[in-house]
Design a protein around this ligand. Structure first.
Ligand SMILES: [Zn+2]
Length: 267
């Protein structure tokens, strides 16, 4: 029974073929299946027989047309975070005294360059920083609302071939009909304290009276900050980046891998 279940798991996973997560330090693998498919049902049954633990995340894959026609798009980089940003300088005079949201990073992002083993043109850091390769950064430089700030090696203070993407325009708060997020917001500023829910895809809704899409730059940032902050360690959760479709096109042309897009609704 056990052998048969194990064979079944191997067969289904090898047919599924595509591992999605990069987890260099932890033996965790993820595979994509169509919800309700026979393969998924068979895999669940075989894993149950074997006593192997697993978790499931539900997502909706949009067509190119749906993404490119959306007024704004939320990008998610489906890679394990790499690197540890350290000894950054912040202007905290404008930050929320409770959660630190809004602390303004002054100067370059610094991390140990040799720790980065990223391929595919981009990688995220644990608190939501996005780093792009030189080639990708060059292709993004023409867009409005984005600052591409070159990273510095923590020890040598030499410039690294990575550029931090910083959005200079902040969107208003999401409409309460937005789904796929959890957290109640910081009681002081309502910006910090949000998280992605893994059970459902992130669907942002903006009130059209508050967001004039024509006036929003190509790259902007959510009002909400996602993830944990530790202000005492100068570790601040970051807002999500929001793109217009021309940025999506440029990132596709630059072949940035493991990047998923979710249409944002403005109504
Ligand atoms: Zn706050």
């Amino acid at each position: 029974m056990r052998d048969r279940s194990l064979k079944e798991v191997r067969r289904i996973l090898s047919a599924a073929g595509r591992e999605q997560a990069e987890t260099p330090d932890f033996p965790l693998y993820s595979f994509d299946f169509v919800d309700g498919s026979a393969e998924l049902e068979a895999l669940r049954a075989a894993l149950r027989d074997l006593g192997i633990e697993w978790s499931e995340q539900f997502d909706h894959r949009y067509t190119d047309r749906e993404i490119l026609q959306a007024p704004l798009v939320l990008p998610i980089l489906r890679r394990a975070p790499q690197g540890d940003p350290r000894f950054l300088d912040f202007d905290v005079s404008v930050a929320c005294p409770r959660c630190g949201a809004g602390a303004r990073q002054v100067g370059p992002i610094r991390f140990k360059g040799y720790e980065i083993r990223a391929k595919g043109g981009a990688f995220p850091m644990a608190n939501g920083y996005w780093l792009f390769s030189e080639t990708v950064a060059e292709s993004l430089a023409r867009f409005s609302g984005i600052e591409l700030r070159q990273a510095e090696d923590l020890r040598s203070r030499q410039l690294l071939p990575w550029f931090q993407a910083i959005a200079t325009h902040e969107l208003p708060p999401m409409h309460p009909d937005s789904t796929g997020f959890t957290g109640f917001g910081c009681p002081r500023c309502a910006r910090g304290g949000y998280f992605h829910r893994s059970e459902e895809p992130p669907m942002i809704v903006y009130d059209g009276a508050a967001v004039d899409v024509a006036g929003v730059p190509d790259v902007s940032a959510t009002f909400e900050h996602l993830g944990w902050s530790r202000p005492e360690d100068l570790f601040f959760a970051q807002p999500s980046l929001i793109f217009k479709s021309r940025v999506v096109k440029a990132l596709r042309e630059a072949k940035v891998r493991l990047l998923q897009f979710y249409p944002v609704t403005v109504r």
